[in-house]
Design a binder for this molecule. Structure first.
Ligand code: CDP
Length: 789
């Protein structure tokens, strides 16, 4: 769809209307959790462990209790009285709320201080004296799995090692056969390090248990309010918190990116403190707590092999991965897939055989495995296949663009069943790559590179032709803690033709208030400005699984269209009544029904809405409302081709991204301006792990990268000028032909940058560089290769 169907005044799909939410944001009038202030509110601060692994010998609260304003110090022993010291993780593992016996990572919650002001709570936390008996820390997942490694999860009575699970997918025998018959194979060790979403707003909540009405309301930074309500009810039902007495409100959210899906101990402690005191309790993390203790992403140690014929036809992919999950598996993955959707790792290529194995390991680190702006491990999958394809192309001496085109799944092969079982809905991969090559001037760049190489200059061109997999999900395969993954939209059209629509998702800055209104405007012909969109309040919104993994458009966006079509059906019957014709004698264009052959005889959707409340036919229910709980038949598969040009400074090892062209395809576009914004932000969040960001640990489990001094976010200075464009290949099964876009750029960008760097260095014998590709790392390589002194 290239030309909008509706007028700019209606503002349906394809119009770059301004974001409806921005007037409140740019005036500083958003309501974030920390803006919620209730009378008599108390404050919580948390005591955190300096050790990565230690027994708790004693917690002395006397000095803390003497701090003016401190009301209580809550410990694991206090919570244990109510059996609330452990809680389930989203992957059905268990996680401490507060420890009773030992701590498992540096910065873990040890105790919480409740006070009348935030400062008193912080002073109280500093005054809590904890006696620790340090234990040896297990930091590397490889060492964690060695025989004789200290067993970390001593709380699990039968656990004899640190192995969490083994998971494999694909046809092992066929893959092994393809490798034994292969003419060329390449193999690489790829580490994708721990990173953190580092959203502008940290996590926090205000919990208020109203003892009179027996009702718990929690304003919290969550991407999935309904699922959280259910989990709270399941975990705390035994202390009287029933689901209808719990209201989760997710107000404005300052960035989530997957980091606001899990339940963190602070939320639970705040709820417990409010239930006990009957007062509102606020807990807001500071920046370092957020970086050091909240869930992390990636941390995959991958061994990948790719097989091909000499002519460059790819034949098979084999991957073994070790996943570092920290001390508990708290990944926000669908239950059936402990390694998320990593098995979309055959990417955009027509590979006949593939096999993937992943093992999870416990270490003395915070829980990992959140889907940082990606659909459950898709970034790891894309990085692996895009690096491997590039290595193979270079190994065979073939141009990486032509090599990709030779192996792409062709447009006529869709719907395409991958060797690992996914059914790709639609795609035109060569179309996107051709457009990227034309935009960047690929042939000319190749000539420039050859000349520069003659002069000893280091210039690289990197491509990433990725396929995403978003829109979890078909409920037959996807659930979280047993909750099936669907999503919802409920529409109420008021008598005067204005409307309100509520959704089970929750925007964290993506612009849902605008784009959902545009989908409804497209279907109903009611101007987008006349449709109010609400999400995030479990007392009012229909049940849904929330926003992450770019699922809002594929799932709730589809629910919007389906619910709107139900409204149109009823409006048709109302129009037929008003015009005294049969419903099938009416022609519908968005917003208007007219009589076939008599276009002057017509009724608008607003006329129908008024009639629904003032003049509806006898026998028909009054009102104009509809709801849809949409269970998608399949996921959607957005894709794109990115080309990056880098120059490497031989003196410093600095990688400069000179140009970056991103061609994305997310099917039919709802709002081009918002899509471009999503791609710009996503590209910057892709540049970040490629060149800057990493959280690592020393051998004692001390975190390196726990503050913005050494966890380097890209600023405007490091961010290049992104050149964006798109192709449009609609999803055949989505009601409006749309696919997700929120995460494509974060998923696709790192491989383009890494491929460009290796391309610049390949002639020196460099085959792979792990991200982040920092100046010291490159400088060291250049020294090893004798390029610099
Ligand atoms: O789930 P999340 O909102 O993070 O991701 P998404 O569904 O990919 O949507 C991100 C933003 O881009 C939303 O405001 C969408 O409505 C918008 N979008 C669009 O305008 N056209 C598309 N084809 C896909 C998304």
């Amino acid at each position: 769809m290239t030309t909008p169907k509706t007028s700019p005044e209606v503002g349906g799909m394809g119009h770059s209307i301004k974001r409806k939410e921005d007037p409140r944001f740019i005036r500083g009038k958003g309501t974030y959790v920390d803006d919620v202030v209730l009378p008599g509110m108390l404050y919580l601060d948390i005591v955190r462990s300096p050790h990565a692994h230690a027994k708790i010998v004693k917690i002395d609260t006397a000095k803390a209790m003497a701090v003016p304003g401190v009301l209580a110090v809550i410990t694991g022993a206090d919570l244990a009285k109510y059996n609330l010291h452990w809680m389930p993780t989203l992957m059905s593992d268990t996680q401490m709320v507060l420890p009773v016996e030992k701590v498992m990572y540096q910065a873990q919650e040890v105790a919480a201080v409740l006070a009348t002001t935030r400062y008193a709570a912080a002073d109280g936390a500093a005054a809590v004296e904890v006696d620790y008996d340090p234990l040896p820390a297990v930091v590397s997942p490889q060492k964690a799995l060695e025989p004789g490694a200290p067993v970390l999860r001593t709380d699990k009575k039968d656990k004899k090692d640190n192995h969490i699970w083994h998971w494999e997918w694909g046809d092992r025998a066929a893959t092994d056969r393809a490798f034994s018959e292969a003419e060329v194979t390449v193999r690489e060790q790829i580490y994708i390090p721990r990173i953190h979403v580092a959203s502008i707003e940290t996590c926090g909540c205000v919990a208020y248990f109203d003892k009179v009405n027996d009702k718990l309301t929690v304003w919290m930074t969550t991407q999935a309010p309904h699922a959280i309500r259910t989990v709270f009810a399941l975990v705390a039902g035994h202390v009287g918190l029933a689901e209808h007495k719990i209201r989760i409100i997710s107000p404005d959210i300052g960035g989530g990116f997957g980091g606001k899906v899990p339940v963190y101990p602070g939320y639970v402690i705040a709820v417990a403190a409010s239930v006990l005191t009957g007062k509102p309790v606020k807990w807001i993390e500071d920046r370092m707590e957020n970086l050091q203790a909240d869930s992390f992403a990636r941390d995959y140690h991958i061994t990948a092999e790719l097989a091909a014929k000499k002519d460059g036809t790819l034949t098979a992919l084999r991957i073994k991965t070790l996943a570092d999950h920290g001390y508990t598996d708290a990944a926000a993955n669908p239950s059936k897939f402990p390694a998320g959707l990593f098995h979309v790792c055959t990417g955009s290529y027509d590979l006949k055989a593939a096999h993937v194995e992943v093992d999870g390991a416990y270490t003395n680190k915070p829980p990992g495995g959140i889907a940082y702006r990606c659909s459950f491990r898709v970034t790891e999958a894309v990085h692996t296949i895009e690096r491997m394809v590039d290595i193979m192309a270079h190994q065979l001496g073939q141009d990486p663009a032509e090599f990709r085109k030779k192996n792409f799944i062709k447009p006529e092969q869709f719907p395409y069943k991958s060797a690992l079982g996914w059914e790709y809905d639609s795609g035109n991969y060569a179309g996107a790559l051709d457009k990227a090559m034309q935009t960047i001037g690929y042939a000319e760049l190749k000539r420039e590179q050859a000349e520069k190489r003659q002069r000893g200059e280091l210039m690289g061109i990197g491509i990433s032709s990725f396929t995403e997999i978003v829109g979890a999900g078909p409920s037959k395969h996807f659930d979280i803690l047993g909750l099936k993954m669907f999503d919802s939209c409920e529409i109420r059209v008021h008598p005067t033709g204005k409307a309100i629509a509520r959704f089970g998702t929750k925007s964290q800055g993506q612009g849902h208030e605008t784009t959902y209104a545009q989908i409804l405007a497209e279907e109903l012909g009611i101007p987008a400005k006349d449709i109010q969109i609400e999400e995030g309040d479990t007392d009012t919104a229909p049940y849904g699984l929330g926003t992450y993994a770019s699922r809002s458009t594929p799932v709730a966006g589809a629910a919007a269209a389906v619910a709107a079509r139900k409204i149109v059906d009823k409006a048709r019957r109302l129009a037929a009544y008003l015009l005294e014709v049969a419903p099938e004698d009416l022609v519908y264009e968005p917003g208007k029904f007219s009589v076939k052959g008599a276009p002057n005889r017509s009724k608008t959707i607003q006329d129908c809405a008024f009639a629904a409340y003032t003049n509806h036919p006898q026998g028909m229910e009054a009102g104009l409302e509809a709801v849809s709980y949409y269970d998608p038949p399949n996921l959607t598969y957005p894709f794109g081709s990115y080309i990056c040009v880098v120059d490497i400074d031989k003196g410093t090892g600095e990688v400069k991204v000179r140009r970056f062209v991103a061609i994305d395809d997310c099917g039919n576009i709802i709002n081009p301006m918002i899509v471009q914004g999503q791609v710009h932000g996503g590209l910057t969040m892709g540049l970040a792990p490629a060149l800057l960001e990493e959280i690592s640990y020393d051998e004692h489990g001390n975190v390196q990268g726990g503050s913005f001094i050494d966890y380097l976010l890209p600023t405007a200075v490091e961010t290049p000028k992104w050149e964006t464009g798109h192709t449009i290949t609609p999803s055949p099964h989505h009601p409006i032909g749309a696919k997700g876009i929120g995460e494509s750029a974060t998923v696709g960008a790192p491989a383009a940058i890494a491929n460009a760097v290796v391309d610049a260095l390949w002639h020196l014998g460099v085959r792979h560089v792990d991200i982040p590709i920092t100046p010291p790392k490159v400088w060291k390589l250049l020294r090893e290769k004798g390029v610099t002194e």
